[in-house]
Design a protein around this ligand. Sequence first.
Ligand SMILES: Cc1cc2nc3c(=O)[nH]c(=O)nc-3n(C[C@H](O)[C@H](O)[C@H](O)COP(=O)(O)OP(=O)(O)OC[C@H]3O[C@@H](n4cnc5c(N)ncnc54)[C@H](O)[C@@H]3O)c2cc1C
Length: 458
Amino acid sequence: MEKVYDVVIIGAGISGLAAAHFAQKFAPACDVVLLEESGRAGGAIQSFHKNGFVAEWGPHGFLDNAVESREILEDTGLYAEAQQAPLGDFHRYVCHRGRLVQIPQKPGKILFTPLLPFWGKLRVLGDLWIKPETKDQTLGQWAGRRFGQSVLPLVDAAVTGSFSGDFNRLSIDAVMPGLRALEREHGSVIRALLKKMKEKKITSAGKLPAMNNFAQGLERLIEVLGQGKNIIFDAGVTSVGRGQDCWRLETRQGRFAARSIVLALPVNSGLRLLSPLKTPPLAEIPVSRICNVVLGYDGAAKVPHGFGYLAPECEKRFTLGALFSSHMFPNRAPQGQVLLEALVGGRRHPERLELSDEEIISSVCRDIRQLIDLPERPLFSQVLRPASAIPQLEMEHLKMLDYRAALEQENKGLYICGFGWDGVGINDMVKSARKAAEAISAGGRGAEAVAPVKPVYF
Ligand SMILES: Cc1cc2nc3c(=O)[nH]c(=O)nc-3n(C[C@H](O)[C@H](O)[C@H](O)COP(=O)(O)OP(=O)(O)OC[C@H]3O[C@@H](n4cnc5c(N)ncnc54)[C@H](O)[C@@H]3O)c2cc1C
């Protein structure tokens, strides 16, 4: 007799593992299997250990401001292990006219920041009077219209930090649906945020969240989430199709059948399996690739206290920004040494990834030494070139979301989450995965809730 699983999850990255975690939490008797193309779990999440340095190939942490991710940390006991870097205790910097300038942590400090000219600060208030534009726009068009042109380098830096993307291509409705809903409801973003802040002050201390990682690196999250899960490795799914009363999947390790399937894949990998079911509006969505240059310095390096910096495109720097990793988390570098992780490439500069490792390292060192007082040569350097690319939620993305909604509606037992559908951060992945698991245990998707407002942190 053919075995029919309750749930087959395709992909064992954080999306797939979180979907499995929640599916089993909501229905402990549920028979779940994960099919993973590669020989390891974690997808984009992979830590790097060498010569006493702990760095990351992909994500460098996640904020504990999403209830779903906090739930995972609590369920797994990982909260006790997490290393936390509270945003309130660490400065973040933007490269502005060739030097690093602190980003104001509190709204009141915006008045005094050199990042905006006097007229630019006044112009930000224009948002209170500008009517919301209903049609989708790029993030750059939207921010420029509401807050004035002088905020654009800051918007650019924020988008570089999360998408390594181009704010003149990303869609405001796809990237910030919650903020757009507030804008529509209150007629102004500032008015809506002031109201939210007032409500927050009444209900909580309004504390800034903390960035989370682990002593062994972020891969620890994967290690713990993977424990006790039924994961079949080297089992890339090559096709999915509907059988009489279940889903049928072909893999390199044979066929599988399931009542429900969850595609927990980056959008473009998902589209390759979904296209035969329904033709998508785009064959694939754009992606951004970056490399991470791991740099270790001796104690003579005078790295400012903080998380790191980001450089908007108008600054014409080689490096997109750098994380001051050993400041954020303890034991990332050997005693007395400092670890920086510099990011290169992105949506606007894929050509820089064509350079050799030596060329990238020397260009990055030359660039960062103009901003930070560093020794001429690092003690340690390595270029990490992750295979994962960051999906870009650009102007056609809403059509892709409609496509996904139609597919899920037309195909009972099909659930789609993963990298680049509802966002690109780990918190977005865990949120969508939990929603899929919730829908499976409820026997199908309900009405979509209003999108939450995603906070912007640099
Ligand atoms: C360089 C970089 C830096 C980042 N920095 C941050 C950060 O600092 N903070 C943050 O919150 N987020 C960050 N992100 C985003 C974060 O990594 C992603 O949100 C998250 O890892 C995506 O998880 P996923 O499981 O959806 O996809 P993936 O991690 O891509 O996992 C998908 C899995 O599916 C497998 N797979 C693919 N095709 C098939 C198939 N046909 N059959 C079976 N298996 C298949 C893959 O092998 C992979 O294991 C970063 C991403 C990158 C690339």
